[in-house]
Design a protein around this ligand. Structure first.
Ligand code: ARG
Length: 589
């Protein structure tokens, strides 16, 4: 379905052409003076120079040609040459009727369906998820869903940090604690035990302990480095132990991500790229791109237009070890060869920007990707506490994601229990979890990803203002009216839209008309905050209309049905939007 603004711009273009001007001047935008008009066109201003005429004269001529337009009820030329516009009630009604019956409300499938890999989450095995991982998961999940909603083939990959020194550290510490395990016996030829010799909580204690020891004790660190190398060179026992670490950790990660409504299609990790590294390195050397510098193998990535310093990308350290960039490059190779990706989107802290610039440049220079492959890095800012510093626990430690979610759930439960004494405890807890998730996700997603933001539990859990719970409250309100309408014997099928009879109703309708344009730009710009801004405006428009209108007691059946049609569409649009943001609405709250 054609986008609403494109449609009315088409009508405006016809006006310009009929008056003897270039139709491309007829671009219509939403009015920046809603007190004066609904839409505006500044084409006459742009055409003045070209046609050697005063803009207001051109605007006047165009307005005249639009006097009997089927689209505009008002097209007024105003000084110094703007066209102030209002659309016809019937036109808005017909557009909504079409939207309501169309799949995805008329959002067009992409011209070219792309295979997109979204690399997000990026947790490190054996380390508990902390708040720093929240943004990657929440934003990445939403970008994945937005691109999928648009109609692309999207694959989400968690890209576990499962291959570096942290693995060697854990293995070293385990060896100290349980030296008798068969994994450490080089002569062991039997089957290794099926169960891991540790639980997830033990694992979470082992890693920080080992990490602290390695910082104080160089010999310990050396052992860990050796263990890492031994693991990476394929030692059978170390591999078996490593597999246990991954399995125990992944089971726990799945539980935590599940709680956040975050689902990955692939649970691949840095280790999966390892077998591809030698071949890739050989190619880089053969092509002459990679050369030795101070013992290391590097690729130059500097470009003339760079304004910041751009050091060469290190492919192998002087001891031959692969680095973060190496696994990322090999992973690109994998994604191109095995997933046939047209686009790769990466979510990572914005402090990793340089890393991604380097990796993308090497990938292009080395031909690991096609010239037309899109490589996007979505760098996100820091989640801060109310003091403006990175979010911490009250004691000043790193906040585990689990505890953050628990705190929000508690706060939400308190609110729900307070306002809804009638809900059974079980349901109140369930509802609190659903609303809590909206509070966390909307609080994050409503900011532009690259900006730092303040995680403010009080504000995020409020039922008023620009928050997740406010959006859910609006949906629940609509659900309840629709349910009552059905109880009265009404049906939600085959509803007929009516022309708006008041300004708040028309505003709501016009807000709905902008859905497809909003979703397209959210997808193109990988920008979930656009969806948030849209549903906030839509909810405000709905609530204003709702407060001015007695819907269920309306006597005129056509009017009432028109309103119900409008509510039904509003609800479905809101629900699809929160769906792509990665949360849902309860039935009551
Ligand atoms: N594991 C990394 C970290 O904790 C993030 C991974 C981001 N993705 C990537 N392909 N480099 O910082």
């Amino acid at each position: 379905m054609e986008k609403f603004l494109d449609l009315i711009s088409g009508e405006m273009a016809r006006g310009f052409e009929a008056a003897g001007y270039d139709g491309t001047l007829g671009r219509v935008t939403v009015s920046n003076r809603p007190d004066l008009c609904e839409y505006q066109c500044n084409g006459a201003m742009a055409g003045a120079k070209r046609y050697h005429k005063a803009p207001v004269v051109i605007a006047g001529e165009v307005a005249e040609k639009l006097a009997d337009s089927a689209v505009f009820s008002e097209a007024a030329a105003v000084a110094p040459g703007f066209l102030n516009l209002k659309v016809k009630e019937s036109f808005v009604r017909d557009y909504l009727a079409q939207m309501s019956g169309a799949e995805k409300f008329g959002l067009e499938a992409p011209e070219k369906k792309k295979t997109i890999v979204v690399d997000y989450g990026g947790p490190n095995v054996a380390k508990p998820l902390h708040v720093g991982h929240l943004r990657s998961a929440v934003i990445g999940e939403s970008i994945k869903r937005i691109c999928r909603y648009k109609g692309h083939h999207v694959i989400g990959d968690v890209h576990l940090g499962d291959w570096g020194l942290q693995m060697g550290l854990i293995i070293t510490e385990l060896k100290k604690r349980q030296p008798g395990l068969p994994y450490f016996d080089p002569d062991f030829a039997g089957e290794y035990p099926a169960d891991a010799p540790f639980t997830v909580s033990e694992l979470e204690e082992i890693y920080p302990t080992a990490s602290a020891k390695s910082k104080e004790d160089p010999a310990y660190k050396q052992e860990a480095l050796e263990a890492t190398l031994r693991l990476q060179s394929g030692d059978r026992g170390y591999r078996a132990l490593w597999k246990h670490i991954i399995d125990v950790s992944v089971a726990d990660l799945k539980k935590n991500y599940g709680r956040l409504n975050v689902e990955f299609d692939l649970w691949k990790g840095e280790s999966d790229a390892d077998p591809l590294i030698p071949g890739m390195v050989a190619e880089l050397k053969a092509s002459g791109l990679a050369y030795e510098s101070q013992g290391a193998l590097v690729v130059d990535v500097k470009e003339d237009t760079d304004t910041k310093e751009m050091p060469p990308c290190i492919i192998l350290k002087s001891d031959g070890a692969a680095l973060y960039a190496t696994t990322d490059l090999a992973t690109i190779k994998d994604r191109m060869e095995n997933l046939h990706a047209d686009e790769l989107i990466y979510l990572a802290d914005k402090r990793q920007e340089m890393h991604f610039v380097q990796v993308f440049r090497v990938a292009r220079k080395a031909g690991l990707v096609k010239p037309e492959t899109e490589l996007k890095y979505v760098g996100f800012g820091t989640m801060n506490g109310k003091d403006g510093k990175p979010f911490k626990t009250r004691e000043g430690g790193v906040m585990r994601l689990e505890y953050l979610i628990r705190d929000i759930d508690e706060e939400m439960y308190r609110k729900v229990a307070e306002s809804r004494h009638d809900l059974p405890e079980e349901e109140a807890r369930q509802v609190a979890r659903v609303i809590g998730l909206s509070a966390i996700k909307y609080g994050d997603l409503s900011n532009q990803a690259a900006k730092d933001y303040i995680f403010d539990i009080d504000r995020f859990t409020s039922f008023e203002g620009d928050t997740g719970p406010y959006i859910l409250y609006t949906i629940v309100r609509i659900k309840s009216i629709l349910a009552k309408y059905q109880e009265q014997g009404g049906s939600l099928e085959g509803l007929t839209f009516a022309e708006p009879s008041g300004s708040s109703e028309k505003d709501l309708m016009r807000q709905l008309c902008g859905f497809t344009a909003m979703m397209d730009s959210a997808c193109e710009e990988t920008a979930p905050h656009r969806v948030c801004a849209y549903i906030y405006d839509l909810s405000n428009a709905f609530n204003k209309f709702y407060h001015e209108t007695k819907i269920l007691t309306e006597e005129d059946p056509a009017k009432k049905e028109g309103w119900i049609a409008l509510l039904w569409l509003t609800r479905r649009v809101l629900e699809d939007c929160i769906g792509v943001l990665g949360f849902s609405a309860p039935d009551r709250m």
